[in-house]
Every structure is written in structure tokens, then in C-alpha cells.
Design a protein around this ligand. Structure first.
Ligand code: PAF
Length: 278
């Protein structure tokens, strides 16, 4: 039976007993609108813990005023149903619980947050780092699980945890994909049938760029041709398609170390991101 809790005090009280009996706690931070990709994170968390906490919180500080905070799907009852008892606790706080009146503390992680998403969503990683720090401090899990789909976010969270010496292991889980390869995302629900068809091209174009980078060794040409292919496929905007060092996201010119291609595009009002190992 999943407990649904809304305050940090309730969460800590619920975890105190299991912690005393040496249970390992796993956490999966989410913004809800759960899909199979989230269930894979929960399954990974279960492999490493005895008690699984799924947090569901649409975090206002990671949205710019022009973004989809108001429209973001809030489907708590459906999410709990979707979890089907896989989570021991669903932590679904209010915005006031996380950001009480007069809230004044924000965490800014540099390093892996430089460029890519930050060039287009400069507010994003401070919002993510702040809320993730708060969630990790609230639950004190032994492990916390994040999707590789938000690859830059995963690196930012790992750096946050390392730099603040938070006693938690961060695990990344490979992206789950639809049958045409589109990365699963809560934002896919915004796509019209026509947009959904175009969206499926993103992963194919990234795979082509990887093949091109591997055969020619010319990473800039591979990036440029993928940007061109994305425009031609019908995306309404291409924010970036970039091949970077997969540990640091630094610029690289040759494939002499593990690399990752990362991309962000818009289709109508919906922004999609994806990434793959090169
Ligand atoms: O990836 C997400 O869903 C969010 O950015 C996260 C990590 C739950 C923080 O709000």
C-alpha cells in the first residue's frame, strides 16, 4: 500500500522506522505525468533499495515565465494508479512546502551546466539543483535514480551531490523509447498526430550523425549535417545538436574518449531533447 505524503515532516517520520531497521531507501524524483520511462527508474531504484520513495512535484523554479509550468500535466491520482504499488511512498508536496514564504536559498552548479540547455534555459539548472538538493535532504535516500534522457541534468545532479558531499549514490538509467525510437517524455503528450510523426525523426537523425562522426571523424560536419536534417524533417526550431565529452560535456574535436551527442529541438510549442552515446 503506497503512502501519499505531502510534508517533509511526514516523509521523515515515515522513513524513520525503516531507517532504524537498516532498510535502504531509494528515491526517484519526478514531476509526475508518469510513463513507462519513470517506471523503469522505479524498477532500478527497487533493485538497490528496500523502500522506494517517488517524489511528484512540478518545480516552479525550473520553468521560465514563458515556459509550460501552468500547462504541465498534473495527474497525481493517475500517477499513483500507474505506480501500482511499486512505490512505498509518494511524496507530493505543495509549492509552499518546498518554497515557504520568504524562501531565499538557491543552488547554482557550474561545470556541466555550462552551455547546451543553459544557452536556451538559463534558469533551468539552478531550479533543478535547488529542488533536487531539497528532496535529497528531505528523504536522505541511499540511492536516487534519474533518467539519462535528461543527460546534462544527470551530470549536474552528480556534480551537486559530489560537491556538497551528500551521502547518496546517483544512478542513471538508459532512455526508454517508443517503437519509432522517440524518447519517452511527459511532454510527448503535447504533440498533435502530425507533430508526433515528425518527432520520431529526432532519434534517427542523431543515429545518422553518430555514424557520420564515426566514419569521417569530422565532428563539426556531423553536427552541421544533423542540424540541417532536423530542419528538413520539419522541426520548427533546432536549438542545438552537439557532440561532447560524455563525462564533462566539454567541446571535443576527435572521438578519442567517450562522447555523447545531445540535441534539443522544438516542434510547435513543444520542446524535445534527446541524447545518445557516440
Ligand atoms: O527530470 C525531472 O523530472 C525534473 O527535472 C526533476 C529532476 C524531478 C527536478 O524537478
Amino acid at each position: 500500500m503506497t503512502q501519499i505524503l505531502a510534508t517533509v515532516a511526514e516523509l521523515r517520520a515515515a522513513l524513520a522506522g525503516p531507517r532504524r531497521s537498516m532498510a535502504r531507501i531509494g528515491m526517484v524524483p519526478t514531476m509526475g505525468a508518469l510513463h513507462d520511462g519513470h517506471l523503469a527508474l522505479v524498477a532500478e531504484s527497487k533493485k538497490h533499495s528496500d523502500q522506494v520513495v517517488v517524489s511528484i512535484f512540478v518545480n516552479p523554479t525550473q520553468f521560465a515565465p514563458s515556459e509550460d509550468f501552468d500547462a504541465y500535466p498534473r495527474t497525481l491520482d493517475k500517477d499513483v494508479e500507474r505506480l501500482g504499488g511499486r512505490a512505498d511512498i509518494v511524496f507530493a508536496p505543495s509549492a509552499r512546502e518546498i518554497y515557504p514564504a520568504g524562501y531565499a536559498t538557491h543552488i547554482s552548479v557550474s561545470g556541466p551546466s555550462a552551455g547546451l540547455e543553459t544557452d536556451f534555459r538559463p534558469h533551468f539548472f539552478a531550479g533543478v539543483a535547488t529542488v533536487v538538493a531539497k528532496l535529497l535532504i528531505a528523504a536522505s535516500p541511499d540511492v536516487a535514480v534519474f533518467g539519462e534522457k535528461d543527460y546534462q541534468q544527470l551530470l549536474v545532479v552528480k556534480r551537486l551531490v559530489r560537491d556538497l558531499a551528500l551521502p547518496v549514490t546517483i544512478l542513471g538509467v538508459p532512455t526508454l523509447r517508443e517503437s519509432d525510437g522517440l524518447a519517452m517524455s511527459s511532454r510527448n503528450a503535447y504533440l498533435s498526430a502530425e507533430e508526433r510523426k515528425v518527432a520520431g525523426a529526432l532519434n534517427r537523425i542523431l543515429k545518422d550523425a553518430i555514424a557520420r562522426a564515426q566514419t569521417s571523424g569530422d565532428l563539426r560536419a556531423a553536427e552541421a549535417s544533423s542540424v540541417e536534417a532536423l530542419w528538413a524533417a520539419g522541426f520548427s526550431h533546432v536549438d542545438y545538436a552537439a557532440i561532447r565529452d560524455s563525462e564533462t560535456l566539454d567541446h571535443i574535436t576527435t572521438l578519442d574518449r567517450p562522447a555523447r551527442i545531445l540535441a534539443a529541438v522544438k516542434i510547435g510549442k513543444t520542446r524535445l531533447i534527446d541524447n545518445m552515446a557516440v
